[in-house]
Write a protein that binds this ligand. Structure first.
Ligand code: FES
Ligand SMILES: [Fe+2]
Length: 336
């Protein structure tokens, strides 16, 4: 019998499921057509409540709900007035950048209101028919932009209205790690073999090539991942945009798109089959979809900061090193 390594054997007792803060990045908030000019509603993402609103001219805004004046929750009784969000309590008004623009009964605006924003708001853009917010724990401005995605933005050449939303009880990093963990594709999903994977990293961008061109994916920070599946010269695309609800709960969202091939064409059939494959619904195939199997693992696993890997594993540690940049100022608790 070998020596007992107590540290190894008892380590799981000290592990956490999601030992990370909310990461930095652009995140999907909702589809753009769910928010009309002049509307506002409360949303819960990034571990807190926010007031999501759209000004009369159409600009989206997302604000911390608690008014800097006396702390009223602006999402209960507040209102969009022109280009501003108005607090119900004393009608102070804020713009989408968090500046206080109007106090109806002040002869002099408090000096602080002239220096900078006094209400935390998140930078927002509308892209791909969606509302996106930039989250940074220290409120720093965006350090990268969302890319042009022809499948979503070229109005004529692409089709596909299939999309889905799932809730995973884990953090976004654990979900994203699946991309480099190619061994699980065989054992959890039933792929015929472990596909080769090549990962390259540049700033907030990670590129993955799985199965020598079968899947070519690009991640733009933690909140957007574009994966193109190619077979017989036909490409179908999965656009995945997850958003952290809390530190331990993630909403996963995906859209599936392909070139607008004519009805009845071989290309259309291949595109549809590829999309079925992405979500694991292909009939007559062994592959099991992520919604049926990945969740069994994600919803219950713990994060091992010092995993015991083998030579057949994908570049898990490289991936983690890349992901660390999205936790500025965060030092993980010492393990062991
Ligand atoms: S608490 Fe919001 S205006 Fe006074
Ligand atoms: Fe998976």
């Amino acid at each position: 019998m070998g020596a007992i390594d107590l540290k190894q054997l008892l380590e799981s007792q000290t592990l956490e499921r999601c030992p990370f803060p909310i990461p930095v990045g652009w995140f999907f908030i909702d589809y753009a057509d769910t928010l009309k000019p002049g509307e506002m509603r409360n949303v819960f993402v990034f571990d807190q409540e926010w007031v999501l609103f759209r000004t009369e001219s159409g600009k989206p805004g997302m604000a911390d709900p608690y008014c800097p004046h006396l702390g009223a929750h602006m999402g209960h009784g507040g209102k969009v007035c022109g280009e501003h969000l108005r607090c119900p309590f004393h009608h102070w008004e804020y713009d989408t950048a968090g500046w206080c623009r109007h106090i109806p009964y002040a002869k002099l605006m408090p000096p602080q209101t002239k220096k900078g924003p006094i209400l935390r708001t998140l930078p927002m853009v509308e892209k791909y028919g969606m509302l996106w917010a930039w989250y940074h724990p220290q409120c720093e401005p965006p350090s990268f932009e969302l890319p042009y995605i022809p499948e979503m933005e070229d109005p004529t050449g692409y089709a596909g209205t299939r999309r889905g939303t799932w809730t995973a009880h884990t953090c976004i990093q654990e979900i994203a790690e699946n991309g480099v963990d190619t061994a699980h594709l065989k054992f959890l999903h039933g792929a015929p073999a472990i596909p080769p994977v090549e990962a390259t990293y540049e700033g907030p961008i990670m590129k993955l090539d799985i199965g020598r061109g079968y899947i070519v994916g690009t991640a733009y920070g933690p909140g957007l991942n574009v994966m193109r599946f190619t077979q017989q010269g036909v490409t179908a695309t999965m656009i995945s945009y997850s958003v952290p609800i809390t530190r331990e709960k993630t909403q996963m969202n995906m859209s599936f798109r392909h070139v607008d091939y004519p009805e009845g064409s071989k290309e259309l059939a291949i595109s549809k089959k590829l999309i079925d494959h992405m979500i694991g619904a292909a009939e007559g195939e062994e592959s099991a979809g992520f919604e049926s199997v990945d969740f069994i693992v994600w919803n219950h696993k713990k994060y091992r900061p010092n995993p015991l890997l083998c030579d057949g594993d994908g570049p898990v540690l490289q991936f983690r090193k890349w992901f660390k940049q999205f936790y500025p100022g965060f030092e993980p608790a010492a393990q062991g």
